[in-house]
Each structure stands twice: as structure tokens, then as C-alpha cells.
Ligand binder design. Sequence first.
Ligand SMILES: Nc1ncnc2c1ncn2[C@@H]1O[C@H](COP(=O)(O)OP(=O)(O)O)[C@@H](O)[C@H]1O
Ligand SMILES: [Mg+2]
Length: 347
Amino acid sequence: MLPKEVTPRAIVEYLDQYVVGQDEAKRTLAVAVYAHYRKLSALERGEAIAKSNVLLIGSSGTGKTLMCETLSRCLAVPFVTADATSLAQTRYVNEEIEAILQRLVDKADGDARRAARGIVFIDEIDKLKASSGQANATSGESVQHALLKIMEGAPVKLGAERYIDTTNILFICGGAFVGLEKIMSRTHSFGFIATSETDNQTILDRLNNRVKPTDLFEFGLIPEFTGRLPVIARFSDLSKSMLVRIMSVPKNAIYHQFREVLRAEGVELVVAPLVFEQIAEIAIEYKTGGRSLRGIFEELMTPILYVVPDHPQIGRVEVASLFEAPRYFKRSASDPAAAERAAEKKD
Ligand SMILES: Nc1ncnc2c1ncn2[C@@H]1O[C@H](COP(=O)(O)OP(=O)(O)O)[C@@H](O)[C@H]1O
Ligand SMILES: [Mg+2]
């Protein structure tokens, strides 16, 4: 089910190719997934297991969804993503949950047994705060109860006479939990062991950073629900240097994508490091994590992509600053691509 070579370290190395930073969250998630599949093997040998579902906490746009999607690509297990907000907006929560599990079975090519060992990622779980319920919708609290049932493990009917047992499905929940910091600063008081030594300070920071179940109750998750999410991984807010790296380092980084697009036109694109810093600064102002980077970068590229196709003599484009026009350079006459493209454009 999980090949021997898929160790936590191998999972982290795979995640590193696409997700910038968030090292602790990567490790926590990798170990949780690994432990889950080792436990399933134990189960096959007839040993008892206790499942450890995972809760990912971090501001919007810090890579929670990206990390889960990347994780699903590196594991050969069925994996589906669902959104808790849509669960809270329907009157038919159970039908919606069945639909999620049905998608998991579809991902397993109809094999319900394989699906029963898959992973379900439920995003925006913090939107299920136990509070005012809207008319026509299900209150967050009752959605929590419905989810709790499948997280504890239950046979769920799919269609006419098919069932899926959810006991061994790994659930990963994610959310921004806006306001949790405030709750934590009120309830965490490990300050008394502080000394000037950095080591102790690190331990102290870790203790103070640990989210306690009581913090989650106070936020609005019911105790039974938090009890089902024993593993908690926190995502840090993205720093300027992380934002810069997101645009230029990962395999599928936006800079590589546009360099590729222009290379197909025979044009070399060079964006100066300063530009990435300027974009990162704007993104920090927007407070949407890594989410606004693509939009800003694409805006920068629009005039370039508008000009280049009509000018086959352009061989190179340089962007020195976000606030300066891009500079276009002629292709050298000896460049064979020049003649070729000039000929193409005549047709
Ligand atoms: N740590 C990161 N590494 C690489 N890209 C990131 C990271 N965080 C955010 N991004 C970028 O921002 C986008 C939104 O991130 P997402 O994972 O949807 O955030 P979240 O689920 O935490 O709200 C991603 O598609 C990606 O382009
Ligand atoms: Mg998300």
C-alpha cells in the first residue's frame, strides 16, 4: 500500500520540491501519514490501531492546500479534498459527506476497499465554529457532529447497496483559525521558566506555540471533534524571502513557467531579483500569503506577452524593476532562430 521506500524523509524531500518553507509542518504531516500506513499494515497482521488524524493551522495562503495536494501526488493512495464551508451551506450534510466518500471511491477506480484506506482533506474547518446558524443552512456545530461520525469510523452507504467503512481513512483538516493567537496568548503562560539561555527560550517558544485542545474549544470546535485531531501542525506566515522563493525556486514556480512560455517563442526572459522583492512587498501588504503573487507577476508579464509575438527580432527581455518598462533586446543576426521566426511571421 505504501512502498517501503516512502519514508517520512522521502515524503519531506518530495514536498520540498514544491512547497517553500513550513519545515515543521512538512515533518509532522510526513510522519503522521507514514505512521498511519504502518498502522494499517499492523492492522492487517491483526494488531489494534489508533488513528491519528491531522489538523493544519495557518493563515490563508501559507501553503496548507498546496501541501496536501502535493502530498497526494507522492502517495499512491486515493486522496480527495473537500471544503467545510460548502458543508455548512447545505441542508443535506450527510448527502454531501456521502458525495465526498463517493469521490474517494472514484479515485480508487471503484475499489471501495482501497478507498477505505485513503486520505480525505477537509479545508476551512475553522468555518464550522459553533455559533449562530443561518436559516436554511446547517449550523457549524451539527456539521462537526456529522464529520465526527465518519472520523470515528462508520459504515457509510454509497448508492444502492455499497458501503464504505471510514474507520481507516486518514482525515486531514485545515483552517486559518483567525483569532486563535489571541486565545492562546491569554491561556498560555509558560513564561515562568524563561531564562536568558537561547535553548530554554526555544523550548519555551515551542510550548507557547503548541495549540492546546482547550484553545480549540474556546475557538468553537466541539471537544469530541478536537479529540479526533490529535496531531496539529502549524504553518508560519510567509516572510518576504519565502515569498521571493515561491516565485522563483519550486519546480513549477511562476518565473520558470513564464521563462518557458517565452523560450517557446525563442525569447529569453530575465527578471531581476529586485523585482521579486518588490512583488513580495506588495503581497505582504495584501495579507493574502502567497495567493496574490501570481496575479501581480502576470500583470507584469502582460505587456511583454503582448509585444513579443509581433516582433520576431526580439531575442531577449529584461525586467529590472517593477516600476520601469521592460527592456527589449534584438536577437543577434547570427541567431538561427531569428531567421526562422522571421520567415514564420511572413506566412
Ligand atoms: N509555502 C508555500 N510554498 C509554495 N507556494 C506557496 C506556499 N504558500 C502559498 N503558496 C502559493 O500560494 C497559493 C495559495 O496557497 P494555499 O496552499 O491555497 O494556501 P492555504 O490553503 O494555506 O490558504 C498556492 O497555490 C501557491 O501558489
Ligand atoms: Mg486552503
